[in-house]
Write a protein that binds this ligand. Sequence first.
Ligand code: ATP
Length: 195
Amino acid sequence: MKIIGLTGGIGSGKSTLLKWIELKEIPCFQSDQVGKNLLENELKQKVVDCFGLHLYESGKLDRGELAQIVFSNTTALKKLNDIVHPAVAIEFKKFKDENKTKPMVVKESAILFESGIYKSCDFIILVCASMEERVLRVMKRDGMSRAAVLERMSNQWDDSKKRILADFVIENNDLEFAEQQLEYLFEKVLYETKD
Ligand code: ATP
C-alpha cells in the first residue's frame, strides 16, 4: 500500500481537494482533525494534567487558550506534540489496518513537512495558492482578522521550502483547474505506478 501525503499551508484548500479524492474511493486520513478529536476525548486527561483544568472549563477544549500557551513557549509546544503525535500515529496505524486491501491511502496534514511525517510517505502532494488568496479564504471561513491569519501562517514553512520536497504540486487558485490536476495525478501517475 502506498501512503500519499497531502499537505499545504493554511487555506490552501487541502480539505476541499480531499473531498474529490474521497469521491474516488481512496481512503483519506485527516491527521489534524483526528488530533483535534483526540484532544476532546481520549487525550483530555493528559492535557489537563499538563496544562490545567481551566482549558476545558466550558466542557470543550479552549483551543485559543491552548494556542496562546504553546505559541511562545517551545517547551510547552513540545509537551503538547508529545501528547498528540504518538496518539495520532496509533490512529493512523489502525486506519491502515482497516484499509490494508487498498492500493493507496491519503494522509492529510498541514504540518506534514514541519513534523517530519513526510519521511514516512511514499509520495507527497503539496497544495498551493497565492498568499493573498489564502489569507482572504481563511478570514472568510474562520471570521479571523488578517493579522491573526498571518500570525498562524508564520508558524508554517514557506511554500518555497515545501515545493523542493514535494513530488507533485497542485496549484489551487482555481478549483476546476485544481481538480483537473488531481485527475491527471491519480489516473496517470499514481494508479499507473501503484506497485
Ligand atoms: P486549513 O489548513 O486551515 O484546514 P485547508 O488547506 O484545509 O485549510 P480548505 O478548508 O479546504 O483549506 O479551504 C479554505 C477555504 O477556501 C474554504 O472555505 C474553501 O471552501 C475555500 N477554497 C478552497 N479552494 C478554493 C478555490 N480553489 N477557490 C475558492 N475557494 C476555495
